[in-house]
Design a protein around this ligand. Structure first.
Ligand SMILES: CC(C)(COP(=O)(O)OP(=O)(O)OC[C@H]1O[C@@H](n2cnc3c(N)ncnc32)[C@H](O)[C@@H]1OP(=O)(O)O)[C@@H](O)C(=O)NCCC(=O)NCCS
Length: 335
């Protein structure tokens, strides 16, 4: 059996910075409220005048990751694309990236696991590498949230949290034992699907029906989040699934060199940091600058931490996420 490891990382963020004060110009919110509850100071939102989309941002991040892995596009033998905000309802973003990068007709798989999207995607890539089926897999997480958020006071509980951006990782075959991706741990609890969702349009209630109803109170085509319920579940599941990953590898919290939590809320990350008694240099957060970029958040944070030299050879890196579904998971890596 082969091992798999991350050999290249990249990210791309739209240039357009939206501060909390910018938001307060079109909704009843304040910089103080947002920072106190979430830690977020600003986020990037696509400027509609640019050509940035979920797929094009994914392509820009991918080019960097492929180059850093020392590969050519033709070396990629599978694509996994995670997003909750695809350019089109179907097909998904994977095939768009395959086309835009000019990669030959390799398989392209879309993953719909929201904030856990990157964790699920890395896990799928890991299995394909370990069975020997593929050698170099391009994994992408990308989100265009700003196109679908409700930019008014009614939507403020959700809208202030989310940002746009993309990250990409190359997962490659390795023959070194005990290094690379050690394990991944995935969970879901679908009974909470309606606590964090975008309900419509769906196949039971399609666009013409929504337009015909012309109901100004219809919020179904904007994201809905039961914030406090999500928060409580997140802190519990983050802790459980990090412990599950450590236990599976006979490791303890003292072994963690770097924890990259999904950037959902700085308060959640700080809670986990305290619970695992990790010093500030062992947790990487960037939600302050980018908000919650869902499937992209862990890859962007991992790339930044690596670029800043905070992740070194042989470090134990723990990735963990929780999000809509509910779904959650962790990945344990010996770098
Ligand atoms: C969303 C979240 C920041 C909201 O914080 P909260 O402390 O739970 O706040 P609440 O939703 O209870 O709202 C408290 C008050 O602030 C108001 N409020 C909500 N959003 C606001 C905003 N952007 N600005 C100002 N006030 C706001 C509410 O209307 C409410 O007012 P009321 O008391 O008069 O009814 C928090 O619940 C959270 O982060 N949850 C988890 C989110 C998460 O992890 N999501 C992603 C998972 S992938």
């Amino acid at each position: 059996m082969y091992n798999s490891k991350i050999t290249g990382l990249g990210y791309y963020l739209p240039e357009n910075v939206v501060t909390n004060d910018d938001l307060s110009r079109f909704m009843d919110t304040t910089d103080e409220w947002i920072q106190e509850r979430t830690g977020i100071k600003e986020r990037r939102w696509i400027d509609p005048k640019t050509d940035d989309t979920t797929s094009t941002m994914g392509v820009k991040a991918s080019k960097i990751a492929i180059e850093r892995a020392g590969l050519k596009k033709d070396d990629i033998d599978f694509i996994i694309f995670a997003t909750l905000s695809p350019d089109m309802y179907f097909p998904g973003g994977g095939v768009r990236v395959q086309d835009m990068l000019g990669i030959p007709t390799v398989g392209a798989l879309d993953v719909r696991n929201q904030c856990s999207g990157f964790i699920y995607s890395i896990s799928v890539a890991d299995q394909f590498i370990k069975t020997g089926m593929y050698k170099n897999i391009l994994v992408i997480g990308s989100e265009n949230h700003s196109g679908g958020l409700e930019k008014s006071t009614r939507g403020r509980g959700v809208t202030v949290i989310f940002g746009d951006g993309a990250g990409a990782a190359i997962v490659s075959r390795s023959n070194v034992n005990g290094k690379g991706i050690l394990s991944s741990h995935l969970h879901s609890e679908g009974k909470h699907a309606r606590e964090l969702m975008l309900d419509g349009p769906n196949t039971g209630r399609w666009v013409p029906e929504i337009i015909a109803a012309n109901d100004p109170d219809d919020e179904s085509y904007y994201p809905y989040m039961n914030g406090q319920f999500v928060f409580k579940n997140a802190v519990t599941r983050f802790s459980e699934v990090i412990n599950e990953g450590l236990n599976a590898n006979n490791l303890t919290k003292q072994d963690i060199d770097m924890l990259i939590p999904h950037q959902a809320n700085l308060r959640i990350a700080q809670f986990i940091q305290r619970k695992f008694q990790l010093s500030d240099d062992k947790v990487y957060n960037n939600i302050m600058s980018y908000g919650n970029t869902t499937a992209a958040s862990i890859i962007i944070a991992l790339t930044e931490a690596w670029e800043k030299g905070k992740i070194k050879e042989n470090d134990l890196v723990v990735l963990a996420a929780f999000g809509a579904g509910f779904t959650w998971g962790s990945v344990i890596i010996r770098w």
